[in-house]
Design a protein around this ligand. Structure first.
Ligand code: NAP
Length: 208
């Protein structure tokens, strides 16, 4: 099961000054933490991993206890998708990861301190993760990885937070890459928070 989580401004920006932090308020952060609590693996594109301040996926004691009570491992596993393998093995999110991270790559080579899983298609990559017990995957982006995943029609659920903000011109969308046919989604819920943030959940409506 692949779940994707993004935050966007009302005018569709994926970032403010190159980071998602300018879009994210308390309600989005709450959801972000809950989604991380619930996944077996956290999937992220190397561009986002390099741009955003990724920290070791330690989670707080409450979320770790919840995971253990609900039959999950204590920590989710970090999976970084990269073609170039241009990833610093000393990056804290890799070097201090509570569980050995995984680099998912179509390329030859490796990153010190991480396991390597090679894929030809992302579908195959996800199957390999599932074979390791990492079935419930949360993807936190970014836009190119999201575009590649929708290209292969792999997204089952989409969490989208609309931030009450017009970011203005300059930023890209939450999806980039090679064009493909539209994928129809079905609204599961829409929650409006008091600060004007809209929290949306959609699921893939297959066969249409
Ligand atoms: N608003 C939000 O919720 C949100 C979420 C995430 C990111 N963002 C924003 O998005 C921006 C960064 O995104 P980005 O443009 O760099 O996109 P990205 O998708 O995070 O990263 C692209 C890189 O990921 C790797 N990658 C992606 N798809 C791949 C595939 N199919 N096969 C192999 N490798 C693949 C490649 O890494 P290599 O270069 O190592 O080969 C590629 O260059 C930042 O501004 C960030 O703040 C916003």
């Amino acid at each position: 099961m692949l779940r994707v989580n993004f935050v966007s401004s009302l005018d569709g920006a994926v970032a403010v000054d190159g980071l998602s932090a300018g879009l994210s308020g308390e309600e989005d952060k709450k959801q972000f933490r809950l989604l991380r609590r619930d996944c077996d693996a956290l999937l992220v594109g190397a561009g986002t991993f390099r741009a955003e301040n990724y920290r070791p996926l330690t989670l707080d004691a409450q979320r770790r206890a919840w995971r253990l009570e609900n039959g999950l491992t204590e920590y989710p596993r970090l999976v970084v998708v990269s073609r170039s393998l241009n990833l610093d093995p000393n990056h804290p999110a890799l070097a201090q990861a509570p569980v050995r991270p995984i680099i998912l790559t179509p390329s030859e080579g490796a990153v010190a301190g991480a396991d390597t899983i090679r894929f030809t298609t992302l579908a195959q990559g996800l199957e390999k993760l599932a074979a390791l017990g990492l079935q419930h995957v949360l993807c936190e982006g970014g836009p190119y990885l999201f575009g590649a995943l929708t290209g292969e029609d792999l997204v089952d659920e989409m969490y989208l937070t609309l931030s009450p903000l017009l970011a203005g011109p300059g930023s890209g969308r939450i999806i980039e890459g090679t064009p493909h046919e539209p994928r129809r989604m079905r609204l599961v819920h829409a929650n409006a928070a008091e600060d004007g943030t809209l929290l949306l959940k959609y699921e893939r409506q297959r066969g249409s």
